[in-house]
Design a protein around this ligand. Structure first.
Ligand code: ATP
Length: 250
């Protein structure tokens, strides 16, 4: 991990609550992410991971608690205001604009800062991204809907990078992908952090693969954090191995 001054926090969650009627999906949850880290959020289906990311990005409105991003309380901000602060959420099921080309999808990623960034500069940024995602350059004129699942996932992540995220929330980027492609996508996430110093909060069912690329991890159960530690510690933890063995890849 790239070291940042005194582990500066970019995101801090304090006593957060969100319920669907009687279901406490996020229950008095506190945790933080330091600048430049990749933090994995682990937990069985239904433990509240997706709801947590949706609450951080403003898609759900927290019942109580605080979300502090870059020293600002964003708990009550609308989702579009949160995006403007460069907190970018890539939801499950990679939502690319399937009837638009790969290139146009990437252009749209720059939409919210287009007034500050000249078209020429946006195109330069796309060229730079193509060095990390060569397959997207090969397919740049192709309609996004005709790409394979793995390529669409790469496009969804690349489009998010075009939004210049300070914090990227990734919800199960490997969903439905073959194990080899999963590794490729997760390695890419790590490369992006190394090249752009983007901080990443990652939900991933492939526990071992995500612990291998992350710095720290939290384990959720019934809307609460039940374990936390460095990814290396959790990789060696017998209870974590036992609980998640079924989800291992390579
Ligand atoms: P998965 O890995 O399956 O996506 P998760 O850890 O992301 O699971 P959530 O999807 O956040 O968990 O679900 C947390 C709890 O909230 C579960 O009990 C789930 O059934 C419930 N839940 C999720 N979405 C809704 C909804 N739209 N309406 C009502 N209950 C919901």
């Amino acid at each position: 991990m790239k070291k940042n001054k005194a582990n500066e926090k970019i995101l801090e969650i304090k006593n957060l609550h969100f319920s669907y009627g009687p279901i406490k999906a996020v229950n008095n949850l506190s945790f933080h992410v330091n600048k430049g880290e990749i933090v994995a959020l682990l937990g069985a289906n239904g433990s509240g991971k997706t709801t947590l990311l949706q609450t951080i990005s403003g898609l759900n409105s927290a019942a109580s608690g605080e979300i502090i991003f870059k020293d600002e309380n964003i708990t009550r901000l609308a989702a579009e205001k949160i995006v403007q602060r460069h907190l970018i959420h890539v939801p499950e099921h990679r939502q690319v604009f399937s009837t638009m080309s790969v290139f146009d999808n990437l252009h749209l990623g720059a939409y919210h800062h287009y007034h500050q960034t000249k078209k020429k500069n946006v195109e330069k940024e796309i060229e730079k991204l193509f060095e990390i995602f060569p397959i997207l350059e090969e397919r740049k004129d192709q309609l996004a809907g005709t790409l394979s699942g793995g390529q669409q996932q790469m496009l969804a992540i690349a489009r998010a990078i075009m939004s210049k995220p300070d914090l990227l929330l990734l919800d199960e980027p490997s969903l439905g992908l073959a194990p080899l492609i999963v590794k490729e996508v997760l390695e890419l996430v790590k490369n992006l952090r190394d090249q752009y110093n983007t901080t990443v909060l990652l939900i991933e069912q492939n526990v071992f693969a995500s612990l291998k690329i992350s710095d720290r991890a939290y384990v959720m159960q019934h809307g609460e954090i039940v374990k936390e530690g460095s990814s290396l510690e959790l990789l060696r933890d017998e209870k974590v191995k036992e609980a998640f063995l079924g989800h291992a890849v390579g």
